[in-house]
Design a protein around this ligand. Structure first.
Ligand code: FEO
Length: 409
C-alpha cells in the first residue's frame, strides 16, 4: 500500500521511514530510526527529486507509482549521491527509459563510480543558477559543495519558494505520521536530533554551509524539504536557518557547561561531580554531564556545539588518553569545533600524562581558551587540592557568566 503524502497540491512526498536501522552510516546510534525523503513534482513535466535508501525500496516504488499514476517520469533530479538517497537510479532508468537525469558534473562522476551506468543521452548537466522549467513549476539549481559531499546541490522551486535542501536541515528520527514541522513540537521532538545530525554529519564544513545558504539570501522560502526528517514550514524555516548559521559559524547557542569524563573506578568522576556541584553553587545551573564510556560521542559532540564551555576529564591509560576520551576529543577537532572555554582534568597513578595530551589537542583547535591550568590528580583527589578545584570552578563560572550576555543576545 502506498503511503504518499501531499506537500502541496502538485508535489507529493514519496519517501519512507526505516525504524529498524540501529546505526546511521553504520556509526551513529538511532533511537527512532530515520526517514529517507523523496519528492515528486507533477506538472506539464514530471520530476522526482532524489530517491531513497535500499532499505525502503518496496515502499518507495509503491509510493512513486501511486504518485505518477499512468504518467511517465521525465526527470530524476539528484541533489546528493550518498547511497542513502540514490540507491534506485538504475531501476528508475529501466522502468522509465526516457527519464533524464539532472545533476552536475560531480554528480555524474559519482553515478559512474557507484553504478558503472551508461549515461549516454540521459544527462542534463546543471551549473550554478541554471534553471529547468516543468510548466508552472520552475527549478533552479545551486551548488552546495561539502554540504555534505562535493557533488551536493540544492534545488529551489522558484514559483512557490520551495527549497529541496539535500542533507541540510535534516534530522534523525522516523515519522509518526506528521510530515510538516508545524504539525508537531519540533523543538521537543526533533531539535536535539537535528543538532546531532548536523554537527556530526556536516559540522566540519561550516564555511561551505554558510556559502551555500548565502546563495539563497533574499529568496522567499515557504518550505524546506530535506532528505531526512520533517518538512520545515512556518516559523521553523527561520528558526532552523538561524540555528544553521550559528552551528556553521561555531558559535554556541547558550552559556553553560558540558562536562565529559572518563573514569574507570570513579575517582575522576568524583572530581567532576564535585566541580559540577561547585559550579551550581556559583550560579551556573545549565550543566550537562556525560560519561564518555556510556554515552555515544555523537551525543556529546552535539552538546559541545550547543554550549559555551567544556570540561574534559580523563585518566591516563598506557601513557595515552583513555580511548573513549581520545575518540571524543579527536572528533571535536575533526569537526572543527571552535570558540569554547575549556577546563581540563587529568588523572594518573604513576605517570600522569592525560592532562598534557588533552591540553595539546585542545590548543591545536581554533579559538579554544583554557580557563585555568589543567588540574592534575594522582589516583584520587587529596583534601589539600580542594582550593585548586575551588579556583578552577570559580574561573570557569566567571568565564561562563562573562559570555552569557552576548550569547543570549
Ligand atoms: Fe543522507 Fe549525506 O546523506
Amino acid at each position: 500500500m502506498d503511503c504518499i503524502q501531499k506537500v502541496t497540491p502538485h508535489i507529493d512526498w514519496v519517501g519512507g521511514s526505516d525504524r529498524r536501522l540501529a546505526l546511521f552510516e553504520n556509526m551513529f546510534p538511532l533511537e527512532n530510526g530515520v526517514t529517507y525523503n523523496a519528492y515528486v513534482i507533477l506538472d506539464e513535466k514530471t520530476a522526482l527529486v532524489d530517491t531513497v535508501d535500499n532499505a525502503i525500496r518496496q515502499q518507495f516504488f509503491e509510493n512513486l507509482h501511486a504518485a505518477l499514476g499512468a504518467r511517465p517520469l521525465d526527470y530524476l533530479v539528484i541533489n546528493h549521491m550518498e547511497p542513502d538517497h540514490c540507491a534506485h537510479i538504475g531501476d528508475i532508468c529501466r522502468i522509465w527509459p526516457g527519464v533524464k537525469i539532472v545533476g552536475n558534473q560531480k554528480t555524474f562522476q559519482m553515478v559512474r563510480q557507484f553504478y558503472q551506468m551508461d549515461l549516454e543521452g540521459r544527462v542534463l548537466e546543471m551549473k550554478e543558477g541554471a534553471e529547468l522549467p516543468l510548466g508552472r513549476h520552475n527549478l533552479r539549481f545551486h551548488m552546495a559543495p561539502m554540504v555534505h559531499w562535493p557533488e551536493v546541490m540544492f534545488t529551489y522551486e522558484t514559483t512557490e519558494g520551495i527549497l529541496f535542501s539535500a542533507d541540510a536541515f535534516g534530522t534523525f528520527g522516523g515519522f509518526t505520521g506528521n510530515l510538516f514541522s508545524d504539525e508537531l513540537d519540533y523543538q521537543a521532538l526533533y531539535m536535539d536530533e537535528s543538532r546531532r545530525y548536523y554537527t556530526n554529519i556536516v559540522g566540519k564544513y561550516g564555511p561551505q554551509v554558510i556559502a551555500a545558504l548565502g546563495k539563497l539570501s533574499g529568496q522567499n522560502i515557504s518550505l524546506i524539504c530535506p532528505l531526512h526528517g520533517p518538512i520545515l514550514r512556518g516559523g521553523d524555516v527561520s528558526i532552523l536557518m538561524e540555528k544553521y548559521m550559528r552551528w556553521a559559524s561555531y558559535r554556541p547557542e547558550k552559556p553553560g557547561v558540558v562536562l565529559a569524563y572518563a573514569s574507570m573506578y570513579g575517582n575522576t568522576e568524583a572530581v567532576v561531580s564535585r566541580l559540577a556541584g561547585l559550579l551550581s553553587q556559583k550560579g551556573i545551573h545549565d550543566l550537562q554531564m556525560y560519561d564518555v564510556s556510556k554515552t555515544h560521542y555523537s551525543v556529546i559532540i552535539a552538546r559541545a556545539f550547543q554550549y559555551s564551555h567544556l570540561v574534559l576529564a580523563s585518566p591516563t591509560y598506557n601513557m595515552h588518553l583513555y580511548q573513549a576520551m581520545e575518540t571524543l576529543v579527536d572528533d571535536m577537532a575533526n569537526l572543527n569545533l571552535q570558540n569554547r572555554g575549556v577546563a581540563i582534568i587529568g588523572n594518573g597513578s604513576w605517570a600522569p600524562t592525560a592532562h598534557t595530551l588533552l591540553q595539546k589537542k585542545v590548543e591545536a583547535m581554533k579559538n579554544m581558551s583554557l580557563v585555568a591550568q589543567p588540574l592534575v590528580i594522582r589516583s584520587a583527589i587529596r583534601p589539600e587540592q580542594e582550593p585548586e578545584l575551588e579556583d578552577l570552578a570559580e574561573r570557569l563560572a566567571v568565564s561562563v557568566k562573562r559570555e552569557a550576555t552576548p550569547i543570549i543576545g
